[in-house]
Design a protein. Structure first.
Length: 314
């Protein structure tokens, strides 16, 4: 039996906390009765700098049931990813494993039981994978799919259609704490850590109350982090563009010479034509070369851990 912590990030969620806490308590009680988790397993709410009564409500829940409901209050709005990280790091001080789930409980929390089963079979990470995105607005659905594709093209290792509904064991959280980077994109880092992982189906439902706290700008920042924290391909592509320009300028050179010989060239056109392509190409090549070095610096300054030990025999 494990001591489980369910970590819920909350940003201005006064409209959903009451209902969600009831559903989570019911789930914890059922899992406890089923012998899957200990009776002191708990929900950890992370108040991500809310400006409404969210923290007040979390405190009230804790007063009512201090064993099942715990909370941490972040000093400012650190963002979804950092709120989750804070919650996980706090939770594993006492819990054996954590499940992270958005407090609006759009994810299928019944999958948590199956996640624990997978853990007992030896998996350290269990990803909730959305099997149907019907509840998501069409635009969100389309941009999300395009984004997963783009990440795959750029070589970022992520789990298709997985957001941040996942189960991870304490030791993976401990490995995660070795990543010193500021721009956290958990969906990319957790697969990078490795360890045995599997997936469970997650049927998404609609938000029961309140509005989406993921504004377009927050989503855009997340997407940008998801690419730029893991891939240097965008800067490296400048180099290949520069090469193409230089090659094109050779072709243009031949064309210009041919025009000069046949006498169809305007005065001054040849030198202009050639320099635009040739100089442009050289400039891009130079920027690309600098980009190569910046790419290295970028990777080095992250100070990511070199390895993760799965098992040690002694
Ligand atoms: N959230 C957060 N900090 C933020 C924005 C959102 O902790 O700055 C939380 C929010 O309270 C919720 C989760 O992140 O628990 C996901 O947000 P939401 O459900 O609004 O996003 P959506 O489901 O629309 O993607
Ligand atoms: Mg939501």
């Amino acid at each position: 039996m494990i001591r489980l912590a369910i970590v819920c990030p909350c940003y201005n969620e006064e409209a959903v906390i009451g209902r969600s806490s009831e559903r989570l308590l019911d789930l914890l009680d059922r899992l406890t009765a089923g012998g899957k988790i200990t009776s002191d397993s708990f929900v950890l709410f992370v108040n991500d700098g809310s400006r409404d009564r969210t923290w007040h409500l979390i405190k009230a829940l804790h007063d009512e049931n201090p064993v099942r409901f715990k909370g941490i209050d972040l000093a400012h709005n650190a963002g979804h990813q950092k709120a989750i990280l804070a919650g996980m790091l706090t939770a594993v001080r006492t819990a054996d494993a954590v499940v992270t789930v958005d407090v609006d409980l759009q994810d299928d929390i019944e999958a948590i039981g199956r996640m624990i089963d997978a853990y007992n079979e030896g998996y350290d990470v269990v990803y909730g994978v959305k099997v149907s995105r019907k509840a998501d607005p069409a635009l969100k659905r389309m941009t999300a799919v395009a984004f997963y594709r783009l990440q795959q093209k750029l070589g970022v290792e992520t789990v298709y259609n997985h957001a941040d509904f996942r189960f991870i064991s304490r030791r993976v959280v401990e490995e995660l704490s070795r990543y010193g980077e500021r721009n956290l994109y958990l969906r990319g880092i957790i697969p990078m850590i490795g360890f045995r992982s599997t997936t469970v189906d997650d049927v998404i439902s609609e938000r029961e109350a309140g509005e989406s706290k993921y504004t377009v700008s927050k989503m855009f920042t997340l997407a940008l982090n998801g690419i730029t924290s893991f891939s240097v391909k965008p800067i490296y592509s400048i180099l290949s563009t520069g090469l193409i320009f230089v090659l094109v300028s050779v072709g243009i050179g031949i064309y210009v010479i041919a025009s000069l010989i046949s006498g169809t060239a305007e005065h001054g056109w040849a030198s202009l034509m050639l320099s635009v392509w040739f100089v442009g190409g050289i400039v891009l090549l130079a920027i690309g070369m600098i980009g190569l070095y910046i790419g290295r610096i970028f990777i080095e300054v992250k100070h990511r851990p070199h390895y993760h030990i799965r098992e040690e025999l002694d």
